[in-house]
Design a protein around this ligand. Sequence first.
Ligand code: SF4
Ligand code: F3S
Ligand code: FES
Length: 249
Amino acid sequence: MGTKRHFRVWRGDDSGGDIQDYDVEVNDGEVVLDIIHRLQATQTPDLACRWNCKAGKCGSCSMEINGMPRLGCMTRMSTFEETETVTITPLRTFPVIRDLVTDVSFNYEKARETPAFAPPVGVAPGEYRMQQVDVERSQEFRKCIECFLCQNTCHVVRDHDENKPAFSGPRYFIRAAELDMHPLDDREDRKEYAQAKQGLGYCNITKCCTEVCPEHIKITDNAIIPMKERVVDRRYDPLVWLGRKIFRR
Ligand code: SF4
Ligand code: F3S
Ligand code: FES
């Protein structure tokens, strides 16, 4: 037999809404998504929530729990004090469709804008060869589950809709870094593209994206900062340029 705990859940749609109060039973070992399912089963059958795997792998159940962007299925109720009220709200950066479901199509637009992997002309499928060391360099970035918690957290767009057209966001910076590290990607300079077209310059390395990533991808340290450093090196540092010229001979 569980204990009753107090929850607050945002209810509404694109025309507005507010926080509603509920008392819900909580059992040992449960996660926040279990509570949402119990709410749907017992009190609010029309409560909208997106989810799929319940295993932290589909990236669907992103929400804000006590103000922190998190996956509902990976947030244990034991995280909170027994007497603590748990407040569940939709992702703030994206438009609400209904209740906890937001329209994340901003991210799909940014994905479409990111130039695809382009192998060298004349290399046929089956002839691509990569060293294991090259595979491992970008392995971390391929763990992304596209939960968009990093996109939701980044202050560049969180309260600044006006920045959205010019800023692709941390998820697409790791995509650029991944392709930049790919020995067969021949399209163009990914770092320069990120700087010129994806809004890399807007990022002031606050690292909030890294803090919320459920896959523990070191977005800032391993993707953003190295790309920024190399763009700056190339553009502004004549010593680095001269050094490259001399030592490459
Ligand atoms: Fe989610 Fe991390 Fe991928 Fe961002 S980088 S979308 S936080 S898994
Ligand atoms: Fe935003 Fe991450 Fe940069 S939160 S400002 S993209 S370090
Ligand atoms: Fe798939 Fe939470 S339901 S990540």
